[in-house]
Write a protein that binds this ligand. Sequence first.
Ligand SMILES: [Zn+2]
Length: 267
Amino acid sequence: MIMFMAAGFFPLAVTARQDTLSAYSAASRFWCLPGKCISIVKSSYEKPNLSFLVLHDDENTGLEAAHDFCSKNGGAIVELQYGSERNISFGNGRIKFAFDPNQIFNNAGVQKTLKKYSHQLPRPEAIKQVRGLALAVLENYQADSLGYFVTLHNNSEGRFNILSYLRDPKFDGVADSVFINSAMDADDFVLVTEPGFFSYLKRSAVNVVLQSPAATDGSLSVYAQRNGIPYVNIEVQDGHYDEHFRLIGLVADMLSELKNKELYVAK
Ligand SMILES: [Zn+2]
């Protein structure tokens, strides 16, 4: 037990602060791995509305757009903070490990992402604690009671984009359907798990990918689809603030419209 505590594994602790100017409160919880504590920050605006989830700490355009959306319309944002990098690195001394926080939502995914970004695998307790981070994120976002996930990601110019689902062998079988509006930047798109979402966004002339139920990695979208929780990822090129803000508004309209028509059923 002493070893366990000495490795830096502590239960979540809570701090809270009130921001009276923009009328939201932020509460931070901490999930600690050896040599690294990750903050899970939840910003809650006065009026309830959509909840957004931001997993990658180096992606800020979506976060900024979500805060602006919530300050006008209400809502909440759960984000991970761990040093403005894409991957989370941890470990003591010279032995460092790293993983992508969007690949830890099943056991195989955790092993795979740790292997990909580390020279060796950490001790089994640390692997368990990485899985624990995923569970802590799920507990804080509360998708089960919300009945959906809305995640925000930012990519960089001309690398991973909607065309990757058609052209990159790495994405073979990941998409069931892809709709491309050639007037939009290919880096800006929405990935969904519900056919009703796909049809709505296609009708709205938005680049959209419908994820296949056969997709199998450790990402949150696969977790959501396997667990029957409708999932939307709004993925926009870093710096395309106006587009991220526009797509957030469109997704908010989509969720309220489809919910009213009972075209998707919140759990
Ligand atoms: Zn991301």
